[in-house]
Design a protein around this ligand. Structure first.
Ligand code: GLV
Ligand code: MN
Ligand code: MN
Length: 420
C-alpha cells in the first residue's frame, strides 16, 4: 500500500500545525497559572478530558469517560463485529511540565482519525483512542491506573492510597465525576484487540544526535517506586550537641547518596529521589521526621530487583548506625515491557517508506504502553525532542517532526488494515 503523500517542504506541514494548535489549547488548561501542571483528577484534568472528548466527537468518534477518568473515543469499523486497535497516551502532566509529553500521542491519534473521518473511510477494525490520566504518577504513589484498567490489571487496593494532602484516589475519582464502583464493568472487553500503539516524544537525546525525526521503540524500562519514612528524634537546633542527635533528615540525605551510588555502579540502572519533605520542619528544630520518594528503573527486571534489595539493606544499615527508625513502602512495580515485533515492524516499514532511516531504541521513561505487556501486542513510535529535554517547560518537538510522526501513524494504520 502506498504511503500518504510525502511531507510538504517549506512551512507547510498541515498535520503538524493542526496537532500543535491542539497542544496549545491543552497547554492552557493548568492548575497553576503561568506554568503547565495538570495532575491526575485535578480541575485542569477535568477540563482537558472534556476538551479531548469534544474533539473526539467532532472527529466522528463516540467518546466516554470511564470509571478511572480515561477518555475513550471509538471510531467504528466498516462492520460491527470487527476487532479493535487501541491508540493512546496521557493528558496528565508533571508539575511545571512541557506541552508534548503524553498530550502529543493523544492529539496525533485524534488528528489521524479525523483524516479518516473526513475522507469517509472505515477500516476492517475499529479504532479506540484513549487519553489516559494517570501516567505520570505525580499525585498518588502508584501510577498507570488508567492503562491498567484497560489491561484488566487494575488493583483496587490503590483506591485507598492518599495524595500528599491526604485525599484518597477514591475520593478524587468521585470528585472528578467518576464512578469507581464501575471499575470491574469498564475493565471487561469482549471483542478482539489487535494491539496497542502509542506515539510519544522520545524524552531523550538519541534521535536528535542521529538527526532523525522519529524512531521505533524496542522495549520500556521496568520501574519500582515507593515512599521511605525516617523517624528520628526532633529537638532544639541550638541546644542538642551534634553527637547526641538522631536527625531524620540527615539520615535521609545519607540514604539518598547511597541510592545514587548504587545506581551509578551499574550500566542502565537509574534511581531518583524526586521529593523529600520534613513535615513541620522549621529553621530552628532538628528534624524528627523525613519522608522521601524513590524511583528505580532498569531494562532488566532481575537487575532492578537486585538493586532494590541492595538499596534497602544499605538504608537499614544507615538507620541502625544513626539510631533512626526506617519504614519502606515500595508498593508500585511495573515490569519491563518488550514491544511486539510485528507491530513494530509495521511502524518501521512506515518510517522507511518516508525515506527515513529506521532507528530502534529502548525507552528509559515509563509509558502507558507498558501496562499492555503480555496482554496485547504493543508498539511505540518516538518523536525527536529538542535537546532530549522533557518534564520541563523547555520540552519541544518541531511541527515538521510532528507532521512526520502523524503520517507514519496513518501509514501504519493503512498497512495494518492491508494485513487483515
Ligand atoms: C513518566 O513520565 C515516567 O517515566 O515517570
Ligand atoms: Mn509520557
Ligand atoms: Mn512524563
Amino acid at each position: 500500500m502506498s504511503p500518504t503523500p510525502p511531507t510538504p517542504s517549506g512551512s507547510d506541514h498541515p498535520l503538524g500545525r493542526r496537532i500543535t494548535k491542539r497542544l496549545d489549547k491543552l497547554a492552557a488548561l493548568t492548575d497553576e497559572p503561568g506554568r503547565i501542571t495538570r495532575l491526575y483528577l485535578s480541575p485542569a484534568h477535568r477540563k482537558a478530558a472534556d476538551l479531548v472528548a469534544g474533539w473526539m466527537a467532532d472527529c466522528g468518534m463516540s467518546p466516554r469517560i470511564d470509571a478511572v477518568a480515561n477518555v475513550v473515543g471509538r471510531y467504528e469499523a466498516a462492520s460491527p463485529d470487527a476487532p479493535v486497535l487501541v491508540i493512546g497516551s496521557h493528558i496528565d502532566t508533571v508539575i511545571d511540565a512541557g506541552k508534548f509529553d503524553g498530550n502529543l500521542g493523544v492529539v496525533t491519534a485524534i488528528e489521524v482519525v479525523d483524516r479518516l473521518h473526513r475522507a469517509g473511510r472505515r477500516l476492517p477494525f475499529a479504532i479506540e483512542i484513549v487519553a489516559f490520566g494517570d501516567e505520570e504518577g505525580s499525585r498518588f504513589p502508584s501510577t498507570l491506573g488508567g492503562s491498567r484498567l484497560l489491561a484488566g490489571s487494575f488493583d483496587k487496593r490503590i483506591l485507598d492510597e492518599n495524595d500528599i494532602d491526604g485525599t484518597s484516589r477514591r475520593a478524587a475519582l468521585l470528585a472528578f465525576g467518576c464512578e469507581p464502583n464501575r471499575i470491574d464493568h469498564d475493565a471487561q472487553r469482549t471483542e478482539r484487540v489487535l494491539g496497542y500503539v502509542e506515539v510519544h516524544i522520545e524524552q531523550g537525546p538519541v534521535l536528535e544526535a542521529r538527526n532523525l525525526s522519529v524512531g521505533v521503540v524496542t522495549a520500556i524500562n521496568g520501574a519500582t517506586r515507593g515512599t521511605i519514612e525516617v523517624r528520628g528524634v526532633g529537638g532544639h537546633a541550638g541546644t542538642i550537641p551534634m553527637h547526641l542527635r538522631r536527625d531524620a533528615f540527615s539520615a535521609a540525605a545519607e540514604m539518598a547518596l547511597a541510592i545514587e551510588r548504587r545506581a551509578a555502579s551499574e550500566a542502565d540502572l537509574v534511581a531518583t529521589v524526586g521529593r523529600i519533605e520534613i513535615p513541620g520542619g522549621v529553621v530552628n528544630s532538628v528534624p524528627g521526621l523525613a519522608r522521601f520518594t524513590l524511583d528505580i528503573r532498569s531494562p532488566a527486571d532481575e537487575r532492578r530487583t537486585r538493586a532494590v534489595a541492595d538499596i534497602q539493606a544499605e538504608m537499614e544499615a544507615i538507620a541502625v548506625r544513626r539510631r533512626v527508625e526506617l519504614s519502606v513502602a515500595l508498593g508500585y512495580q511495573a515490569p519491563a515491557a518488550l514491544c511486539d515485533a510485528r507491530l513494530s515492524g509495521l511502524l518501521a516499514a512506515a518510517v522507511a517508506e518516508r525515506g527515513i532511516e529506521v532507528l530502534r531504541l529502548p525507552s528509559g521513561a515509563g509509558h502507558d504502553a507498558m501496562s499492555f505487556r503480555e496482554k496485547w501486542p504493543m508498539a511505540m513510535l518516538f518523536v525527536r525532542c529538542r535537546g532530549g529535554i522533557s518534564h520541563s517547560p523547555a520540552e519541544h518537538a518541531s511541527i515538521e517532526d510532528i507532521d512526520i510522526s502523524a503520517r507514519v501513524l496513518a501509514d501504519f494504520i493503512d498497512q495494518l488494515a492491508a494485513t487483515l
